[in-house]
Design a protein. Structure first.
Length: 268
């Protein structure tokens, strides 16, 4: 059972894990980053507490900690209670959600282990925007995607903004990074029975609705918003798939395009 402990000053060393979250060195993908997983808000903190990530502590205002009473009864971690002003001064900004939790990372699964029981996966190239990546994970969780593989240029799914935008689903959807040279590493997918289908707005690509991918083992290849997939990645795919759009609209946000494709592939 977590024991609630009051914190009255923002420089209390017991809450150092939560300090100055807006500074660059808090980002795990930056030099000096500590690599901690940070959850914001009751819903996301609840998902962190239910996940495999070892929670170190919580910090929140009494009202928000009270909403987590059932979960806190089942864990043995420090939970620090404070007022909104003290919390804002420690964290570095005013947190409307009123509660934070911090956890250590766990090892990413091996690619083979992730693929073993998967039917639908997403493979990302160059998705460097944390919020886009978080949205993509949320869509993957909602639409039954079994895992996400990260290629070159992808941001860290466990960065605070990605965790927040995903509503904590980055903590539930398995992910790992593809090893080896890109895009030759996509051969690993083919070797385990996956069809690699690249999403592209190119007019000569197959329409998604008639591609017949539902019910097959498919890896949906997604590129960064703006540049899209590299020529090398497109050439390495087994098939090129497009989402038909009305004239004058050339593309969709990557997370939105992913959601459309996830639904088409998993609905069957």
């Amino acid at each position: 059972m977590a024991i609630l402990t009051p914190v009255d000053i923002p420089d209390d060393p017991r809450i150092d894990d939560f300090r100055d979250l807006t500074t660059a060195d808090r980002r795990p993908d930056r030099p000096g980053g500590r690599g901690l997983v940070i959850a914001e808000g009751v819903v996301v903190v609840r998902r962190l507490l239910e996940s495999a990530y070892p929670v170190r502590s919580l910090l929140g205002v009494p009202r928000r900690l009270a909403e987590l009473a059932d979960e806190l009864d089942r864990v043995d971690v420090p939970a620090y209670s404070t007022d909104a002003d003290t919390m804002a001064r420690a964290v570095g900004f005013h947190l409307n959600r009123g509660v934070l939790a911090v956890a250590d990372r766990v090892p990413e699964p091996p690619v083979a282990g992730l693929l073993e029981r998967a039917s639908t996966i997403a493979v990302c190239e160059g998705v460097g925007d944390h919020e886009n990546l978080g949205s993509l994970f949320r869509n993957a969780a909602a639409l039954g995607v079994d895992g996400i593989l990260l290629g070159p240029g992808c941001s860290d799914p466990l960065y605070r903004r990605s965790v927040r935008v995903s509503m904590g689903h980055v903590l539930r959807v398995p992910f790992t990074r593809l090893a080896g040279s890109w895009p030759a590493s996509l051969d690993t997918l083919r070797d385990t029975g996956f069809t690699v289908a690249a999403l592209t707005p190119a007019a000569d690509a197959e329409p998604l609705a008639t591609a017949g991918l539902a019910g097959t083992r498919v890896a949906l290849l997604l590129g960064a918003e703006g540049p899209g997939l590299s020529d090398e990645a497109l050439a390495a795919a087994d098939r090129r798939i497009r989402i038909p759009m009305v004239s004058g609209v050339d593309s969709l946000n990557v997370a939105t395009a992913a959601a459309v494709a996830f639904h088409a592939v998993t609905a069957g």
